[in-house]
Ligand binder design. Structure first.
Ligand code: SF4
Length: 261
């Protein structure tokens, strides 16, 4: 099947058209435009659960992609099973990091390198998340994300559809861009959507186990991520490029070191 492609100009016009629409209409546009060439990408946070629930009402044989970093909470694996039971017709595709890259990184920097400095944390995210997702998205022309503008400053200007230049120029669809957290939870309650069990234990943003913790009352939702870092982006590099060239260089360096070992 030939690729379904848009350029920046075309997608800019679509973004203007879709901006006032509800998430369901944006999802419908994505499914009708890309068919089986679009994937829902989720780390099983509540926003992704809402998108999956909405999309499943329109199309059953959805492709759902997740990247298992190898450092998830046990609860995430159990929740994955729950999602499969609730939405039995989805194709859940789990991608993993390249084991050679993980082995070389751990050999050089240790298993918990992320606590030492921001650069090492971003390197871990790059190897465990960014690169596997790059590979996963290679087979698609578009992806749905659960990004919202209210999540963090780096997300404040996202549009409902964008060209994703970091993933081969495919289309990134953000149906919940103009929703706020309360809208998401209202949908969950109204529709009985299953959600990750750690939300009931004070977590507000869920990623890898060593890098996520519950927040204190009044703290920003994303402060539970990489809480030990100061003045660093609360991003892993999947949704905004962070010195990508530098990481490619580092990955090559540690792999070279491993091969020479
Ligand atoms: Fe590594 Fe932490 Fe990033 Fe997960 S969130 S990939 S454990 S640095």
């Amino acid at each position: 099947m030939s690729r379904i492609q848009f350029d920046d100009l075309e997608i800019g016009a679509v973004a203007i058209e879709l901006d006032p629409l509800d998430p369901e209409d944006v999802i419908r546009w994505g499914l009708e435009t890309f068919g089986d060439r679009v994937a829902i990408v989720t780390a099983f946070q509540v926003d992704g659960s809402v998108i999956l629930d909405m999309a499943y009402r329109m199309k059953r044989d959805l492709t759902v992609v997740t990247v298992d970093t190898g450092r998830f909470h046990e609860e995430t694996y159990r929740f994955m099973e729950e999602v499969k039971e609730r939405y039995p017709e989805i194709r859940l595709e789990v991608f993993f990091p390249d084991c050679r890259e993980v082995e070389a990184m751990v050999r050089k920097h240790g298993v918990n390198l992320f606590y030492r400095d921001v650069h090492l944390r971003l390197l871990c995210c790059h190897i465990r998340k960014v690169r596997p997702l790059l590979r996963a998205l290679g087979g698609f022309d578009a992806w749905f994300t659960g990004l919202r503008r209210d999540q963090w400053a780096s997300r404040a200007a996202i549009r409902k559809v964008e060209i994703d230049h970091d993933h081969g120029g495919i289309v990134k669809i953000n149906p919940l861009a103009d929703w706020v957290k309360e809208d998401v939870w209202e949908y969950v309650r109204a529709n009985g959507v299953p959600y990750h069990p750690l939300y009931d234990r004070g977590y507000t943003s869920i990623g890898c186990a060593p890098c996520t913790r519950p927040i204190q009352p009044g703290e920003d939702d994303r402060l539970g991520r990489w809480w030990w870092e100061e003045n660093a982006p609360k991003e892993c590099g999947i949704h905004c490029p962070i010195e990508t060239g530098g990481f490619e260089h580092e990955v090559e360096a540690i792999l070279g070191l491993a091969h020479g070992a």
